[in-house]
Design a protein around this ligand. Sequence first.
Ligand code: ATP
Ligand code: MG
Length: 489
Amino acid sequence: MASILIIDNEHPIRKDIYTFLTRDGYDIRTTFNGAEGIELAITNDFEFVMIEQKLSDYDGLKVLQSIKQVKPETVCFIIASEPCYEIAVEAANLGACSYVPKPLSYEGLSFHLSKGAKHRQLYIEARNLRRERYNNLLELSREKSMFKTVLNSINGGVLVINSDGALVYFNNASLVNLNLDNLEPGEPILKKLPPQIIKQVSEYILADKFTSKVSEIELEIIPNNKLYIQSVCSHIPRNNDNFSGVVLVTRNITQKREIEQVKSQFVSMVAHELKSPLVAVEGFLQILQNPEIKLTDEKKDEFIKRSSERVKSLFQLVNDLLDISRMDKKEKYRELEVINFLEVVQSTVNLFELEFKKKNILVKINADEKIPMIKAERLEISRIVSNLFSNAIKYNKTDGEIIISLFGNENYLNFSIEDKGIGIKDTDKPKVFQEFFRALNKQTRNVSGTGLGLTIVKRIVESYHGKINFESEYGTGTKFNVKLPIFKN
Ligand code: ATP
Ligand code: MG
């Protein structure tokens, strides 16, 4: 039911008109006072307010203005006993819907009220549209900033190019991945990209219809393996068969490339190392099987012995490789135990007794009275000691010397093996821990080994958060130092 508030010094409508309006569904309220009229109008929801231009306490236009300020959707009429053109104009400027002269008739009022109802409806529709638009804009700007934040926080570079080759969007990662300082949306981007990417993107931009095909290339951005990226290009679809541009996603794959390179180098080194003993054994077997080659029994025995040595070294190599791969995969279910390092040292020295005695090497063990315990897998610890000790024997001189020292401090157990042997050349020093590295010189020519011993030792030490280093002087001797965290309970 529509409601009308009438603010007038007197009842402006006759009883019969009042009855007709009530019959038409209007709920009518009246007040004789401008101040009360304002109060009623702004605290209630009247659809219509009729205001006498000359109220006893207020100017009707003032009342109109006060109501419109708070309730702009309320349809207001100014009713006047003495109509005046200027006031009608002013009332219209202040938002009055009509200026209605007195006396009021039923027909006149009905006309003004229905006109006012349309006026109000239009006002409300316009206001709703305004609100909707405002909300949409708000939503849009929220989405835009969210989109920006998301794209900037992803690790990969995203670059959007329109079908004219102009830059539409880019995130920070794309600048880094393409080694570019800055870009401006709208600028022709192609000429700033590397030739491989220009070729990749151009195929998409010049295409005559949309394709779901994705092209993926890998390329070097900064030489010497400093920056290597993967660039993935695809169309951005637009209705039907069309496309609106191209999106280029880039990813830094420098580290992945490095790992791949190391892996492939490792595989080729392994293949090489496996091949040479196999070739040797095959050679011996061919000679032994060839009926045309007459061999003395002694020679035959020698070939069989040498074959068997090569097969043994092959086994050693395979075992070392398995050890490395086991450590790489961290496939270790270590059986940790509290270990007395000195015991491991002593049993290793006993194990190699025959070998160091053969070379007449003197072995000294200098150990603190109280050595801290460590917690580790026994086999791995004896692998460290036996590798270093066997090197100290293999690369020692006849009548040489080996000094083993053991002492603890607050956090570490310090273990060192020093020999007075052949030493390591300065040029070889950086390579000593590399897989398969073996120094090639007169003194090492007849010493067998796979070149994996120190690689394994270093990996074991580091896997226990320990440290290993060495000092060596070519021709004088070498000292390997190992630190392992002690066990505190
Ligand atoms: P293995 O796998 O059987 O241990 P290896 O002894 O040749 O073979 P590493 O223990 O890894 O392999 O040692 C690598 C190389 O470092 C050796 O071939 C040798 O040239 C050099 N080297 C290691 N220890 C010493 C040492 N104490 N004195 C001199 N050179 C050494
Ligand atoms: Mg060794």
